[in-house]
Design a protein around this ligand. Sequence first.
Ligand code: NDP
Length: 283
Amino acid sequence: NTPALYAVIGNPIEHSRSPLIHRAFARQVGIELTYEKIWAPIDGFEEAVAAFIERGGRGMNVTVPFKLEAFDLATTHSERAQRALAANTLVFPESGDEPIYADNTDGVGLVNDLAFHGVEITRRRLLILGAGGATRGVLAPLLQQAPQELVVANRNPERAYGLVEEFSDAAGDCLLSGCPLAGIEESRFDLIINATPASLTAQLPPLPDALVGSGTVTYDMAYGAKPTVFMEWGASRGGRALDGLGMLVEQAAESFTLWHGKRPDTAPVRELLREAIRAAAER
Ligand code: NDP
């Protein structure tokens, strides 16, 4: 019996930690699987997926820049993928005439990671920096937790306003608004999420100090061996700083559960991943 075949697809993909995470989950729940990294050319997503299905692939995680294409390729979608119009998880049929199913587990990954760290969302004031694919994926799951207010701030404010309009029907009693990244109202937030890739190039968005107080959590979706510039900014102003490693593990756990029907324990895998990143940085 050959183990079932899974993969993560992206461009670039070399840095991806998804194989490590999924193999650790599989060991934990006692199932055998093969989990690969697939690099696809920017205009070659569909072809790469077709070749993978041809080889017997049963599921795929999808990362930058293919999440919108993954959504379009699928024939059936979870409600949260439909809401985001983007997918990070695909489920392939055993025979060719069944539909391809798409899900988006990024948002629930973030919400579960915040819960893991005991960070409250309900009735809190939230600020999210960036209006790209990641923000699109997490908006509805965050709004479901009924924050008091959620502000989307983006370099190009039109994209923030667009998201606010698109998600207004999911806002309930939450005050949902958009603004330019350089024009955030100077008041304190409970949770500030950096959903821009700025930290990857050690850039810090222009943020007023007044946003952070001692009860503020600054959360960077980026992660690495050391705290990011954004986390350092939050911590140096008295806030609590978290990175996106837990979000990565939690979104993977959700995909894993969808594929295999078994929920893994994320705590030991968080440790394993933290250690692997530390070791890689020392090499
Ligand atoms: P996108 O390219 O779709 O969007 C990027 C957003 O960030 C845009 O709103 C863009 O603004 C803004 N931006 C880009 N560079 C800068 C900068 N230097 N300063 C200020 N704003 C900037 O990316 P994604 O939304 O897909 O991903 C965002 C980040 O989140 C990435 O670092 C990604 O790795 C991370 N991520 C982490 C996950 C995890 O599990 N931990 C899951 C998903 C994403 P504009 O519109 O003006 O161009």
